[in-house]
Ligand binder design. Structure first.
Ligand code: AMP
Ligand code: MG
Length: 410
């Protein structure tokens, strides 16, 4: 029997970053660019803000004329007018103040704004009960972003704040990396479509296809389902060759072990150069995982067991999507630290992913992490979990009461 050359998860992640490049760039309107990554750095074409603005409702003044004023000795200003929003403010003269609203322009010569709360109007005069320093309650022209300064770096994920920032500087079109297109095959003679009603003897439904479709979509890729491959090498080769031409990233589920009816490894080896890179990862669940590079494209062979398939795709499939999509920043998964409610056994030399259900104590209100045990074929155990706990390879297990970090699923 052929033995697997098992690699560490970190080695595999490093290899993914080294071997696969971001997809080519395309132009997009900012409305359609959400969730994608910038292919080019963007410089601001103007100062933001474009003029000195007030950050409060109040009176624009020459700051030094307010010096020494207090509750008992207010400074007095002549109310010279009101700055209308979206209009140029008239210049200010000695002894004057102008009413200004939040976001309104400061008159030429004014350098601070006294908050409405610190003033009192009497006729054409405004009494100010507090002194202001130059620049107080003002955002200066270019303070947020100078003309020509970097607004967003290449590789930046475009979320709502980035899209808002682009709009605020008048950038309506951006160059982004193409969205990764995944091609997916399930495999195994025992599988039937999940859309068919009755199972025959020995049959199971292809649950991995729709589950992985959901994950791929969530991770920002498009997903093309190629159907169920029978355990037949000729069919594997023919179908996957055609699919690889059409997609950026090919994924197989099942047939990734070293059994006599497992054809994924051989297919991945013969599909294109250089072929297989990884045969097995020191991880539980999901050890019989394959990774190849065929004609510059990543090909991932997931174990068929649903829990393993989803675990492996969440870690390595996602890393590949990130790489193709042009992500630069490290991905930080949302997590929380809490007490472990039960002992967890683990073998050294292997990274264990333990399914965790969070439980809130009815009296103290505190959360604790309850491990959900079950074999990797049992999808229900995964559906019950709120997240995962990672037991690193050097650890022999974790004890009840230990503080652990639980990575939460979205
Ligand atoms: P394999 O990796 O092909 O050896 O499959 C391992 C286990 O996962 C077997 O019990 C398969 O029946 C099951 N399995 C394989 N593919 C799927 C799938 N697409 N959906 C659900 N279970 C599967
Ligand atoms: Mg199989």
């Amino acid at each position: 029997m052929k033995l697997m050359r098992v690699s560490n998860p970190t080695t595999v992640l490093e290899l993914i970053r080294k071997e696969f490049m971001a997809l080519p760039a395309e132009d997009s309107t900012i409305e359609d660019a959400g969730g994608r990554y910038l292919a080019k750095t963007i410089q601001s074409p103007e100062d933001v803000p474009g003029f000195n603005r007030s950050t409060v409702d109040g009176y624009a003044v020459i700051a030094r004329e307010s010096f020494g004023s207090s509750e008992s000795i207010p400074a007095m200003f002549e109310l010279a007018g009101e700055v209308l929003m979206g209009k140029i403010a008239p210049p200010i003269s000695t002894g004057q103040c102008f009413m200004v609203h939040t976001g309104g322009m400061l008159p030429d010569g004014a350098d601070a704004v006294i908050m409405l709360e610190d003033t009192e109007v009497s006729g054409h005069l405004v009494n100010c009960f507090r002194q202001v320093a130059p620049g107080e309650n003002v955002i200066h022209r270019g303070e947020d972003l100078k003309n020509g300064a970097t607004a967003l770096e290449a590789g930046q994920l475009l979320r709502a704040p980035e899209i808002g920032l682009l709009a605020s500087i008048g950038v309506t079109e951006v160059s982004i990396h193409r969205q990764p297109q995944i091609g997916f095959f399930s495999s195994g003679d025992e599988l039937i479509s999940y859309k068919l009603g009755q199972l025959g003897p020995g049959q199971i439904r292809d649950s991995n296809a729709p589950a992985l479709l959901r994950l791929a979509t969530q991770f920002g890729a498009r997903f093309k389902y190629g159907g169920i491959l029978p355990d037949d090498f000729e069919v594997f080769m023919e179908k996957s060759k055609a699919m690889l031409e059409e997609v950026d990233f090919l994924v197989f589920s099942g047939g990734s072990s070293v059994g006599s009816r497992d054809f994924t490894a051989r297919t991945m080896q013969e599909l294109g150069n250089p072929g297989l890179l990884i045969e097995g990862i020191a991880i539980q669940p999901g050890k019989p995982t394959l990774l190849a590079k065929c004609n510059h494209k990543p090909v991932l062979g997931l174990p068929g067991h649903p829990v393993s398939a989803l675990n492996i795709f969440s870690i390595f499939g996602r890393a590949i999507i990130d790489q193709l999509a042009g992500r630069v920043q490290e991905r930080l998964s949302p997590s929380l630290k809490t007490n472990l409610a039960r002992n967890v056994a683990s073998r050294t030399g292997r990274t264990d992913y333990v399914r965790i259900k969070l439980k809130r104590d009815e009296i103290s209100g505190e959360l604790s992490a309850v491990p959900v045990f079950g074999r990797s074929g049992m999808l229900r155990t995964l559906a019950e979990a709120d997240g995962l706990l990672v037991v690193p390879p050097e650890k022999e297990g974790l004890s009840t009461g230990e503080i652990v970090e639980v990575f939460l699923w979205e």
